[in-house]
Design a protein around this ligand. Structure first.
Ligand code: BES
Ligand code: MN
Ligand code: ZN
Length: 511
């Protein structure tokens, strides 16, 4: 809404404080005045005045410092239309970023949900003194709020629905600015909803989210976004000679699916190809995994979730480019008909592959999906896959690993990651690593040993992309969070759903 924060209705109002601001304030005729430190400014000053100087008093007492992560909840006791005011500490002004806007919005929204607030009003953090672009800050605010409020409650029948935020009102005094914010709100919502849709898919267990169900869910999401969806089953896959995907699927009772989503925002121009690993459960197959943490392997389709969500978000934004998403979906299970170590597979490309370890199944299914995407004529390729434990060892859970055959395209992907606040770290791809996946009896083998495991996996994928600019993102460490942090609740992160959407925007901005 456009107007004055002090007249805004609702259960709670969020304002903020940078570190150091308001320090040394002396109360003078009911107004906060500076004495050495910076005075309270903007909306926070206006709210402080309406509260009879309550915020300034807390600052002077050293109770509210504006430190990053600080939350001060003040009851308005009838002095404002809202019941409570939440003052969020923004930290040092020079350290404030768009990603901090997301985090602070998320923390504020969750704190207010906890106390039962339903209608929340907020100012846009960082758009005033923070010096951030008002529309970008607004987008980040909406994104952070929706990302931070996400929960997966489908299997919690007694879950407390009573506590939910129903409405977020963004207050802006300037009419011109408020207008520009409307489009930013839409963007923020589409991006956050994309990540949350991906999170829903990743959190869903393997018994409900089979390859067939993943295809059905992709179709539903595609229909809402007006994206075309085609799903291929075993018969079509046999005709295509998709030996990688069919090979991995052999151990499972569930039929494999190749899911193809396509969006034409424009005729001609760049054609972005998105490929996502869709293993709906990875037991390791005959090379079976240890029992400990095996349940986490229901999330081995996080790459698939990201690309499905991203193409739908790109379509909802109406971005003028062509995008195709390809998802190879199957389970990886042991059985009497399962793939065995030593088996030879013929990939869709014709490449022969010796299977050394059936737990290196991701690269087998991705080989066919990359070949398929290439045949559809994509001009740029990016894939996301929970591909290797080795990548988690190398980078931990903070950064996704990036592997490329084209430095310029990598830079574009890195820029998209920065815009989304999703960290990506480039990894080496020297040709010498190719030695490690040479097979004695086939063209390549599906593991290169423990050393450099994330790189040799990427090297394997590279065999199927030809000369198309390509970036592979290993998200094994980043697809799930083991604890809540900022706008990331515990559980699935939806990583790369927003980065891939931002990537489409980057491609358009480049030309
Ligand atoms: N899905 C796993 C990788 C993974 C590990 C994802 C941890 C998320 C968290 C993948 O299919 C796998 O099993 N990779 C093997 C490859 C090895 C056999 C060459 C691995 O990383 O151990
Ligand atoms: Mn595996
Ligand atoms: Zn896997």
């Amino acid at each position: 809404m456009t107007g004055d924060v002090t007249t805004c209705p609702g259960d709670a109002l969020v304002v903020n404080l940078f570190e150091g601001v308001g320090a040394g304030i002396k109360k003078q005729a009911g107004r906060a005045r500076s004495r050495g430190g910076m005075p309270l400014r903007g909306a926070t000053a206006a709210v402080d005045a309406a509260l009879g100087g309550a915020i300034g008093r807390l600052v002077r007492a050293g109770e509210a410092t504006g430190k990053w992560g600080e939350q001060t909840l003040i009851h308005s006791l009838g002095r404002l239309p809202v019941e409570r005011v939440l003052v969020m500490g923004l930290g040092k002004a020079e350290e404030f970023t768009l990603d901090r806007v997301r985090a602070v919005a998320a923390e504020a929204a969750r704190a207010l949900r906890r106390v039962g607030a339903r209608r929340v009003a907020t100012i846009v953090h960082g758009a005033g003194a923070g010096g951030l672009h008002p529309a970008q800050a607004t987008q980040a605010l909406v994104e952070g709020t929706l990302l931070g409020l996400y929960r997966f409650t489908r299997y919690k029948p007694n879950h407390d629905d009573a506590k939910a935020i129903e409405r977020l009102t963004i207050v802006e005094r300037d009419r011109q600015r408020a207008k520009a914010m409307t489009e930013a709100v839409r963007r923020g919502r589409i991006l956050a909803e994309a990540a949350n849709a991906a999170r829903d898919l990743v959190n869903e267990p393997g018994n409900t989210l089979t390859p067939t169900e993943l295809a059905r869910r992709a179709r539903l999401l595609a229909r809402e976004a007006r994206v075309r969806c085609e799903v291929l089953g075993p018969a079509a896959l046999r005709r295509l000679g998709a030996g990688g995907l069919l090979g991995v699927a052999r151990g499972s009772q569930e039929p494999p699916r190749l899911i193809i989503l396509s969006y034409r925002g424009r005729r001609g121009g760049p054609h972005l190809g998105l490929v996502g690993k869709g293993i709906t459960f990875d037991s390791g197959g005959i090379s079976i995994k240890p029992a400990e943490h095996m349940e986490a392997m229901k999330g081995d389709m996080a790459g698939a979730a990201a690309v499905i969500a991203a193409i739908c978000a790109i379509a909802r934004l109406g971005l003028p480019l062509r995008v195709t998403a390809v998802v190879p979906a199957t389970e990886n299970l042991p059985s009497g008909s399962a793939l065995k170590p030593g088996d030879i597979l013929h990939a869709m490309s014709g490449t022969t592959i010796e299977v050394i370890n059936t737990d290196a199944e991701g690269r087998l299914v991705l080989a066919d999906a990359l070949t398929y995407a290439r045949r559809l004529g994509v001009s740029h390729l990016v894939d996301a896959a929970t591909l290797t434990g080795a990548c988690v060892v190398a980078l931990g859970t903070l950064n996704s690993g990036a592997f490329t055959n084209d430095q310029a395209w990598l830079e574009t992907v890195l820029a998209a990651g920065r815009a989304a606040g999703e960290k990506i770290w480039p990894m080496p791809m020297d040709p010498e690593y190719d030695e490690l996946i040479k097979s004695d009896i086939a063209e390549i083998k599906n593991t290169g040993g423990r050393k450099g495991g994330a790189v040799t996996a990427a090297k394997f994928l590279q065999r199927f992309v030809g000369a198309i600019p390509w970036v592979h993102l290993d998200i094994a460490g980043t697809s799930e969070a083991d604890k809540e942090k900022g706008y990331q609740p515990k559980g699935a992160t939806g990583v790369m759903a927003r980065t891939f959407t931002a990537l489409a925007m980057e491609m358009l901005a480049k030309k």
